[in-house]
Design a protein around this ligand. Structure first.
Ligand SMILES: CC(C)(COP(=O)(O)OP(=O)(O)OC[C@H]1O[C@@H](n2cnc3c(N)ncnc32)[C@H](O)[C@@H]1OP(=O)(O)O)[C@@H](O)C(=O)NCCC(=O)NCCS
Length: 227
């Protein structure tokens, strides 16, 4: 098991201070953005002016703090990998918004992160592209109508055949996988989001996590070579 493309499962790291060690494979961290005692994650001076202007546009102090913390975590993890001070990392985005590291240049590295309320998921790999998504599993009366707009006929039929709690869990499984596929490609909202074959040729891993008291659906998708 050498390259990211050979891996069947990502490597989950327990703590933000846990180092990658062997850089091969897809490495993943999860974190509770509301964890008490994480004041070191509130260091918004590490962010770029672009990140700060997004943060300042967020009206809710909670949303602002979560945004800052998620970006500080991304910088902290990438700083460790790239052996650069966290504040020196320069991000750019592709035309659809997927961020990548512009400096220090590391062509082989790809990363992606996702947040849903207080839940945060970060994935990084070398020599492959990665997309991740997390969603808090919640009851939502609109699930089936959302599915009608975005899911395939097979997926919709599968949802209809389930009890309501199974239906909710399956909905978030489908949803996070579609989002992670779209995020791997870096395209954001795209026509292939509803394509059940979007995952073809890609490695993927799905799980349910607990972050704080909440249940979170998580999907990680990777593919060798950048798309
Ligand atoms: C852009 C998009 C990927 C963001 O997804 P989201 O669930 O709202 O938010 P997440 O927390 O998972 O991800 C946000 C992070 O992804 C990254 N991101 C932004 N645009 C991205 C893109 N085009 N590709 C990959 N990653 C992207 C950023 O780091 C962003 O964090 P930031 O806003 O703090 O900078 C999403 O709005 C989108 O376009 N999805 C397309 C897929 C789709 O059509 N799904 C429908 C369901 S089938």
């Amino acid at each position: 098991m050498n390259n990211a493309s050979d891996m069947t499962e990502p490597i989950f790291h327990e703590s933000l201070d846990e180092r990658i060690g062997d850089p091969r494979g897809v490495h993943v961290w999860t974190h509770n953005l509301d964890a008490a005692g994480d004041v070191w994650l509130d260091r918004d001076e590490l962010l770029s002016s672009e990140e700060l202007s997004v943060a300042h546009r967020l009206r809710s102090p909670l949303a602002r703090r979560r945004f800052v913390r998620s970006h500080v975590i991304a910088r902290h993890l990438l700083a460790d990998i790239l052996q650069q001070p966290a504040g020196d990392i320069v991000f750019r985005r592709n035309r659809w918004g997927k961020p990548f590291v512009e400096s220090p240049r590391s062509a082989a590295l790809d990363f992606n992160f996702s947040h849903s309320e207080n839940a945060f998921l970060f994935g990084v790999c070398f020599g492959a592209a990665v997309g991740v998504d997390v969603e808090m599993i919640r009851d939502n009366a609109e699930l089936l109508s959302i599915a009608e707009s975005f899911f395939s006929p097979v997926e919709i039929a599968s949802l209809h055949s389930r009890s309501s709690s199974e239906q909710r869990n399956l909905f978030f499984r489908y949803w996070t996988l579609k989002e992670a596929c779209a995020k791997l490609a870096g395209r954001g909202v795209s026509a292939d989001a509803a394509d059940p074959d979007a995952v073809t040729g890609r490695q993927h891993y799905q799980t349910t996590l607990r972050v704080g008291h909440d249940q979170i659906a998580a999907a990680i998708v990777w593919r060798s070579g950048h798309e």
